[in-house]
Design a protein around this ligand. Structure first.
Ligand code: PEP
Length: 252
């Protein structure tokens, strides 16, 4: 019922030339009409190059961050309108690296989400607990708080256009993937939060991605779980072959 999503977050990797080389290698490796949505999030400077390289394919280009104001004296920031102008159709919001290193809060996540929605971009809203919170048994509390604050004041129509990514911080870039069972339990919990906050039907159609050290050799176990609607892939999305194998290994 929910169309799967495989999204790649390139973080601060790849120049424009490297971006073009990636797509030249990646496009022939994936089906022209894959059974899932494929999203690639390059750095801002490679957005237009990625959009041009992906042109004519079903690959969606996303930014990794955005600012909520339309324009103005905000040195170093990029607006959702600029992202759309560069060919972006989606945007990661609230990635844990932005929360940890760049002062992102649930309040700024909400502002960015609303700005992205208003510009017609798909927000991919990231939430997840830190290692100490996981060890203290606070996963649900943290995820619920981030989910509620980050979706606070969204209308049901707006909420229906977001993608949610559950990314336990202890699993990102560490090689320690959450087990399919751990991820499933959190996804189920988040779906119940969405049902309580919005409605059963919106919760049932919400696509929730898992992120955290997803690799070609663990994708099958994760995707066998019905609750997981896709994955957000960091390191393994940088290599065309490994990202293509994650796209192709989607169990059908
Ligand atoms: C990410 O950047 O969102 C991520 C999940 O990274 P990695 O796959 O490298 O853990």
């Amino acid at each position: 019922m929910r169309r799967p999503v495989i999204a790649g977050n390139w973080k601060m990797y790849k120049t424009q030339e490297e971006t073009r080389a990636f797509f030249a290698a990646f496009k022939p490796l994936v089906p022209a009409t894959p059974d899932c949505d494929v999203i690639v999030a390059p750095p801002f400077t490679s957005l237009a190059a990625a959009a041009a390289a992906a042109h004519g394919s079903s690959i969606t280009i996303a930014a990794q961050n955005a600012y909520w104001e339309r324009e103005g004296a905000f040195t170093g920031e990029i607006s959702v309108r600029m992202i759309a102008d560069a060919g972006g159709k989606a945007v990661l919001i609230g990635h844990s690296e932005r929360r940890q290193f760049f002062g992102e809060t649930d309040e700024t996540v909400l502002k960015k989400t609303k700005a992205a929605l208003a510009a017609g971009l798909t927000p991919i809203v990231c939430i997840g607990e830190k290692l100490a919170e996981y060890q203290a048994g606070k996963t649900q509390h943290v995820c619920e708080t981030q989910f509620l604050a980050g979706s606070n004041s969204l209308t049901p129509e707006e909420f229906s256009r977001i993608l949610l990514a559950y990314e336990p911080v202890w699993a990102i870039g560490t090689g320690h993937t959450a087990t399919p069972e751990i991820a499933t339990a959190v996804h189920k919990f988040l779906r119940s939060c969405a049902a309580a906050r919005f409605s059963e039907s919106l919760a049932a159609s919400l696509r929730i991605l898992y992120g955290g050290s997803v690799k070609p050799d663990n994708i099958k176990g994760l995707m066998a779980q019905e609750e997981l609607d896709g994955v957000l892939v960091g390191g393994a999305s940088l290599d065309p072959k490994s990202f293509a194998s994650i796209v192709k290994d989607w169990p059908r």
